[in-house]
Design a protein around this ligand. Sequence first.
Ligand code: NAG
Ligand code: NAG
Ligand code: NAG
Length: 539
Amino acid sequence: MGRAVLLHLTCVILAFWSVSLVKADDPYRYYTWTVTYGTISPLGVPQQVILINGQFPGPTLDVVTNNNIILNLFNKLDQPFLLTWNGIKQRKNSWQDGVLGTNCPIPPNSNFTYMFQPKDQIGTYTYFPSTLMHKAAGGFGGLNVYARPRIPVPYPLPTGDFTLLIGDWYKTSHKALQQSLDSGKTLPNPDAILINGHTKSSFNGDQGKTYMFRISNVGLSTSLNIRIQGHTMKLVEVEGSHTIQNVYDSLDVHVGQSVSVLVTLDRPPKDYYIVASTRFTKPVLTATAVLHYTNSQTPVSGPVPAGPTDEIVWSMKQARTYRWNLTANAARPNPQGSFHYGQITPTRTIVLANSAPLINEKQRYAVNRVSYINADTPLKLADYFNIPGVFSMNSIQGVPSDGPAFMATSVMPASLHDFIEVVFQNNENTMQSWHLDGYDFWVVGYGFGQWTQASRNSSYNLVDALTRHTAQVYPNSWTAILVSLDNQGMWNMRSAIWERQYVGQQFYLRVYNPIRSLANEYDIPANVLLCGKAIGRHP
Ligand SMILES: *[C@@H]1O[C@H](CO)[C@@H](O)[C@H](O)[C@H]1NC(C)=O
Ligand SMILES: *[C@@H]1O[C@H](CO)[C@@H](O)[C@H](O)[C@H]1NC(C)=O
Ligand SMILES: *[C@@H]1O[C@H](CO)[C@@H](O)[C@H](O)[C@H]1NC(C)=O
């Protein structure tokens, strides 16, 4: 073979090789994470926690939009384990979602390499364990997706940013908490609130400079309010949406949610309290951290600033002030409001009513009377390999009905490219928080009592509502969302209140198109883990 021919052949091979890689132009980021148990004493008494690479909370994943993340996760726990990437949409790629309906759990002393891209997303997100009650022991961390260098964000770049993971916390181990849920009991009240896994974190900044605080509620079940003594917070981003930049004294952050705020250190040089306290609970639990001016010689002083005293009404009013900046860039340089969601007629309205029934004398949680139970085979794999009898597509109905609650592996069918309205109807006297994997959605309305058709006219924001991935639902109230079902896959719709999720308040939305096409959905990954009825199948 002549030299020219060889060269030509090499070029052909190289060209082939590069088109076969997913988005070869976007940088690859490689991580190796090992999950272990460890002992720390966040509340003064030693307790077992879940560490990632020896850290609690886990390492912050700082990436740029569209980076290809190759993350090899080694499970050194004594139980199967998965991480889910909260709010990362996994476009066409529910294979990587890391929940039991899409992935086999990683067995002890084994590993799985996640491969995913935060495609056209920027903002503050988190990751956390989706298996059992592992989230109660840690294993969570920040996942910050930055804009690409040439795409401007609609605010001056801050001097630095701080990741604040706030959440309720128990001294009790995750296994004991799980055991009490398995035996049909409810969880006790949490023991404390932690900020970044501690009760005494400190954040250092220079006087006169502006910093971004990336705040996420990584707790199990409690809504929190966050505030900084003497300072205001300018809201700039909520779960991937750039907001109208309102200024707040304090913000409610519900379980599973994230917000990004800018704080200018424009006060006399001293230390200031950062406060996170529980909402809608008695007693109120409070945690503090310190905002330290680098030129400060004065420790924190004065009363810890109090949270809002008005409860639900205040919080709902605040939620309605979160609005989309229609002219700001999204992750790509086009206005995020260019999709006029308010002018599209939904193809379908789904009303989801949560409940807390006793089934076989055990406390369960349900949605539209169905209390979800995990199958031994991921639903996604059952679908792919055509394995019958794993899940049921007619157990959960699209509207609430009367009758006893029952258990099922419930999947709601939906068609790719449908545009749906979902109403979360909460007839219980407790706070709810609902999350949908694979999507963000417009939160168009919150209201008291029963949602009716007329609620659309009286209380929907059809112009500049935010898109986000987790929506709170107030006690005896409703929240309405609109979702453009443009992402094929098997997607978990769940309560972000973790014990509710664990004991049945979830289901899967199967966004489906009968034509199998790589344009709609990526192929099963070569390294897929097989379990249950999928053992022995060939991808
Ligand atoms: C487990 O890790 C090894 C490298 O140590 C890697 O080659 C293998 O693909 C990983 N397994 C899975 C299922 O991703
Ligand atoms: C919206 O974004 C634009 C473009 O970046 C910015 O100029 C404007 O100030 C923002 N508007 C508000 C109200 O935050
Ligand atoms: C909502 O408003 C539209 C137009 O303003 C009206 O035609 C319709 O009857 C109203 N629907 C309800 C249920 O109030």
